[in-house]
Write a protein that binds this ligand. Structure first.
Ligand code: SIN
Length: 491
């Protein structure tokens, strides 16, 4: 271990390698740890507690023990604690960003942006904690009155991904905590440091023991822990962000205990540039959507459909813009694209590009590993892409933009909808009639019109088809953690 993370932080105590159960920092019961790798240089930066299924049971028990008290304090009290946590996160933004870049690889500015984005869910749901209200339907039976109460579902589990090590945690647990639920978090094995730092700040904010628990584990133990979390009858809600394949497994593992599920799964976003689009705006949107986080987001543009009339103009401007992206270690100033998370990710990118080129795609720019080596890859554009190429139906999760020409609205909407996924979609047009029609016709949970960026705390994030179940963020995200209870009173 060569980098001493503590020396890079203003507050070294935010660097934690133990798991967090019942308000305490704990080792695994086996005493084992697992290494955390910096994807920028392959250096081992931490050795984190490698918990097992029995440890996960302890976390569930702690969350269960904390639930009665946490749900019975007022929403206003929960809001006050969450607000303190939000303030502490912003005060420690720089340190949280450093931890994130070291374990995940994204540029420091993107990490800092994610910390603020992640904190926004805590602020927003802290405010909402005071506004959880049921309804009183007008009676239709004269001697009876009706009430509908909203109550927390109970102990919740959040299984979170490595691509957003902070915000995918807060987007799940902030509404859960605000609703009065307690939580067990299983962060991705690649990126537990961000999660553990959030827990340290939660202690300082006064969030009571057991309300938030973090079980850390390597890839093998994660499978056993996942099974335990799914099988537990105590756990009433499981939220997962990750691949559709793993989502299906978790769904089946949760079936015997009939849990509520929130699944934010894979995507394959179409990005359509119509002939009346503002091409410069479309280029800016495509860069933001495609290359953010090195192309490793579920909402990244995966298929860029460009009308034949504007195809060449778009490709030229897009290519110029892509060539300004600076690849490098996310800790270095001016870097706008970090490494891919691991070699499997790099191999997938290479496989998609090789397949497309072998079937007639044209390389516009990039197309090879960066001279920096490791898992750095050049931002790439492919033109003349056709629907028989892997890249048009498998999620690439890398910095490759495939461009597909089209001629009519009906044709492109059909192509765009021809996917098992239905998470994000984007299109650029200045024709208000087209905007309405296409926005309505796209079979996606989210549509960006003249915008390459979609998500924030006040809107519902989520997908249709095999992109998942439920929504995160907004008032709808809170409903996921609340049960309705109907009460009928005879007078
Ligand atoms: C994701 O890739 O799952 C999340 C992207 C976002 O929140 O913008």
């Amino acid at each position: 271990m060569t980098t001493d993370i503590r020396k890079l932080l203003k507050d070294p105590s935010l660097f934690k390698e133990e798991a967090f159960i019942n308000g305490k920092w704990v080792k695994s019961s086996s005493g084992k740890t697992f290494p955390i790798n910096n994807p920028a240089n392959n250096e081992i930066i931490a050795q984190v507690a490698n918990l097992d299924a029995a440890d996960a049971d302890k976390a569930i028990a702690a969350a269960n023990a904390a639930f009665p008290k946490w749900k019975s304090i007022t929403g206003k009290e929960r809001a006050g604690l969450m607000r303190k946590w939000f303030d502490l996160i912003l005060q420690n933004k720089d340190d949280l960003a450093i931890l994130m870049t070291l374990e995940q690889g994204k540029p420091l500015t993107e990490s800092a942006g994610e910390v603020v984005y992640g904190a926004s869910f805590i602020e927003w749901y802290a405010e909402e904690a005071k506004r959880v209200s049921g309804t009183i339907p007008t009676t239709i039976w004269g001697d009876k009155r009706f009430m509908v109460l909203k109550q927390p579902v109970g102990v919740c589990v959040a299984i979170t991904p490595w691509n957003f090590p902070n915000a995918m945690i807060t987007r799940k647990i902030a509404p859960a905590m605000a609703a009065g639920c307690t939580i067990v978090i299983k962060p991705a094995e690649q990126t537990p440091l961000s999660a553990l730092a959030l827990a340290e700040l939660a202690i300082r904010a006064g969030i009571p023991e057991g309300v938030m628990n973090i079980v850390t584990a390597d890839a093998d133990q994660s499978i056993a822990i996942g099974k335990t979390l799914c099988a537990s009858p105590v756990v009433r809600h499981l939220s997962f962000t990750g691949s559709t394949e793993v989502g299906r497994i978790l769904m089946s593992q949760c079936a015997p205990t009939v849990k509520k599920l929130g699944l934010e799964l894979g995507g394959h976003a179409p990005f359509i540039v119509f002939e009346d689009a503002d091409i410069d705006a479309a280029v800016t949107g495509a860069i933001a959507s495609k290359y953010r986080n090195s192309g490793q987001t579920c909402v990244c543009a995966n298929r860029i459909y460009v009308h034949k009339k504007v195809h060449d103009a778009f490709v030229e401007k897009f290519s110029k813009a892509v060539q300004t992206i600076k690849v490098g270690n996310g800790m270095d100033a001016g870097v706008s694209q970090g490494p891919l998370i691991d070699h499997a990710a790099l191999e997938k990118v290479e496989r998609h590009i090789a397949d497309a080129l072998s079937k007639g795609a044209k390389l516009v720019t990039g197309g090879k590993p960066s001279p920096l080596g490791g898992t750095f890859y050049e931002p790439t554009i492919l033109a003349n892409v056709t629907s028989n190429m892997l890249i048009t139906y498998e999620e690439t999760f890398g910095p490759v933009a495939p461009i597909i020409p089209f001629e009519s609205d009906d044709e492109v909407v059909e192509l765009a909808n021809n996917s098992q996924y239905g998470l994000a979609s984007y299109f650029y047009s200045r024709d208000i009639g087209r905007i309405w029609k296409v926005a309505e016709a796209l079979e996606y949970g989210m549509v960006g019109v003249n915008s390459g960026i979609l998500a924030n705390e006040v809107v519902p994030f989520g997908g249709v088809k095999q992109s998942g179940l439920g929504r995160e963020g907004s008032v709808f995200g809170m409903d996921e953690y609340l049960e309705l209870k109907y009460v009928c009173i005879t007078l």
